[in-house]
Structure formats: structure tokens, C-alpha cells
Design a protein around this ligand. Structure first.
Ligand SMILES: C[S@@+](CC[C@H](N)C(=O)[O-])C[C@H]1O[C@@H](n2cnc3c(N)ncnc32)[C@H](O)[C@@H]1O
Length: 293
């Protein structure tokens, strides 16, 4: 059994999967953040030879698997987004601390950080960003407040500016409006939607029929992207075509469509509160070939 673990994190799920599959398979794990991958390695000591860790973006999994001999997966597991450990001081995404506005999941990605976005975007671009984050009603006010207070410099300052721009009576008790905006900035900076789209597109060719794709999503945009993929047909033939000739068609039997954790699960693991499960079993996939063809 070959398993693609797209978001290795600290290896909690991987460890459990390894316990279940024993020596009947191999797990290929991807983790963008080398600091986190290092911790996972320690946690998985004792399972040597049964897993391989790539400190790389899951969007490129096919490139990293070249030469390993693996051609098909029996399962993909993607526990998307960031881990609770990224919210701590060390990883620079804290709302209540004055840390540099970074938001990069890997320090050496060589892509513009959150600071570059916040300090240099136009007011209209910021308004769109905040609107996309789901803060629809006060997007204009928040964008204006950020522009007026630049340079913003720190995560704590950015959170305070956002909180002051959204009237208190419209804020959910105990939930800062900055939370959603921070998560969205992080997703944009790291091109999380683009990476997920690439992963799913390639997966259609790599999963064997009967194989399962399982995702844990934490934002509504992640969930709708995954759902659209699992419910899609992949076919690009014109609507008037009497039968599929494009060779890109695929179909999943949907096994989970947004199930939420139970109250017991949330009390054991509060960070699971916003999780939604999406899963499918691949019924058929495109003809032999790669997604580039
Ligand atoms: C929710 S956590 C996974 C936690 C994991 N299931 C565990 O048991 O520890 C998601 C992890 O995926 C990583 N990640 C996010 N996007 C990634 C990408 N495009 N490629 C590789 N890793 C990614 C994050 O750095 C984070 O550590």
C-alpha cells in the first residue's frame, strides 16, 4: 500500500497510519516547513524504512517521486493548512505578539512575505484581499485603516488596526476579526489554493481506481475547492459532444462531504473545531499519461 501524505506536519497522522499498515506499505510525506519536518522525523523514529519525508511543496510531489519506483497511490491524505504549532511565536503568525509580518510557511521560499503585501498593496487591493477573507461588510474600512497606519510592521499592530476598524458589536465574542484575515493573507502569500489545485490535478492520474482521497479542510474556500474536485468529472469535451473523447474524464464516489468533528472530538482537540472532512473513492481516472499531456 502506497500512501501520499501531502501535509505531514508533526507526523501525528502518519504515525497512526504506519501503526495500521505495518510493513505492508510505505508513506511518502511532504512538509513545506523544514523545522516541522525535523520534528516529524524524531516522532517517527522507530518506523525507519517505512516512510520517506520530502521537505517540499506537495504541489511538486511527482517531481520528487521520480526515480523512487512508485507509480500509483492507494490513498492520499491531506490535512490542509497550518498546524497549531504555527500559531506560536516561533512561526510568526501570532495575533497578540509584535512579530514581523511574515506568514511564509517555509523561511526560504524566496517569495514575497506578508509584510511586502501589507506595506505595499494599494487600498483597492487590500480591500479585495479583506473581502475575499470573508470580512465583507467592513473591507473598505479595514483597508483604509491599514493604509493610514503604514508602516504596520508587526502582526500585533496589524491585528489591533483590524480590530479597531470593525465595530465591536459586529465582532463575534472571543474571536478576533483579524484571525480570518491573517489566515487568508497566509493562503495568498503561500499560494495555497494554487498548490492544492495542482496536487488534485496530478492526483487524478496517480491514484489507482479504487484508491481514496481524503482531505481535512479548515476554511470554506479550501472545502469548496476540494468538493468541486471530488464531485467533478474532469472531462473537457464540448457539451454537444455525444461521448467523451478528451481522455481527461474521471469520477469519484463521494464518501464524506463536509462532516464535522463530534463534540467529544472537539473537546479532546479544540483546534479541530473548524475541520471538515471531504473524501472520495476514485471510480475511474483518465487514460494513461500525465497531467501535462
Ligand atoms: C494541519 S497540519 C498537518 C498536521 C499533521 N496531520 C499532524 O498529524 O501533525 C498541515 C501541515 O502542512 C504543511 N503544509 C501546508 N501547505 C503545504 C504544502 N503546499 N506542501 C507541503 N506541506 C504543506 C504545513 O506546514 C503544516 O505543517
Amino acid at each position: 500500500m502506497q500512501i501520499l501524505e501531502a501535509c505531514l506536519g508533526l507526523g501525528g497522522h502518519t504515525k497512526r497510519f504506519l501503526e495500521i499498515i505495518g510493513d505492508r506499505g510505505h508513506i511518502w510525506g511532504f512538509e513545506l516547513d523544514p523545522r516541522v519536518a525535523e520534528e516529524a522525523r524524531k516522532r517517527l523514529a522507530g518506523f525507519e524504512g517505512r516512510f520517506t519525508i520530502f521537505e517540499a511543496n506537495f504541489r511538486d510531489f511527482d517531481l520528487h517521486l521520480k526515480g523512487t519506483g512508485v507509480k500509483r497511490f492507494d490513498a492520499l491524505f491531506g490535512d490542509l493548512g497550518i498546524g497549531y504549532y504555527h500559531l506560536g511565536e516561533k512561526y510568526g503568525q501570532a495575533l497578540k505578539k509584535d512579530l514581523p509580518i511574515d506568514f511564509l510557511l517555509a523561511p526560504s521560499l524566496g517569495i514575497p512575505s506578508g509584510a511586502e503585501l501589507i506595506e505595499s498593496a494599494s487600498e483597492a487591493e487590500l480591500r479585495r484581499l479583506i473581502w475575499e477573507a470573508g470580512e465583507r461588510r467592513f473591507a473598505g474600512r479595514v483597508a483604509k485603516a491599514i493604509v493610514n497606519r503604514r508602516p504596520v510592521c508587526t502582526t500585533g499592530n496589524l491585528a489591533r488596526i483590524i480590530e479597531a476598524a470593525v465595530p465591536r458589536k459586529f465582532q463575534k465574542p472571543g474571536v478576533s476579526p483579524a484571525q480570518r484575515i491573517f489566515a487568508h493573507i497566509r493562503a495568498v502569500v503561500n499560494d495555497e489554493r494554487g498548490a492544492l489545485a495542482e496536487l488534485m490535478n496530478k492526483l487524478t492520474y496517480w491514484l489507482r481506481p479504487g484508491g481514496r482521497a481524503v482531505f481535512l479542510c479548515y476554511t470554506s474556500s479550501e472545502f469548496s475547492q476540494v468538493r468541486k474536485y471530488l464531485k467533478g468529472k474532469g472531462c473537457i469535451c464540448p457539451a454537444e459532444s455525444p461521448k467523451c473523447v478528451c481522455g481527461k474524464g474521471y469520477a469519484y464516489k463521494v464518501l464524506a462531504d463536509g462532516e464535522r468533528p463530534t463534540d467529544e472530538e472537539i473537546s479532546a482537540n479544540p483546534s479541530a473545531r473548524s475541520a471538515r472532512l471531504a473524501a472520495g473513492e476514485l471510480l475511474y481516472r483518465p487514460e494513461e499519461g500525465t497531467s501535462e499531456e
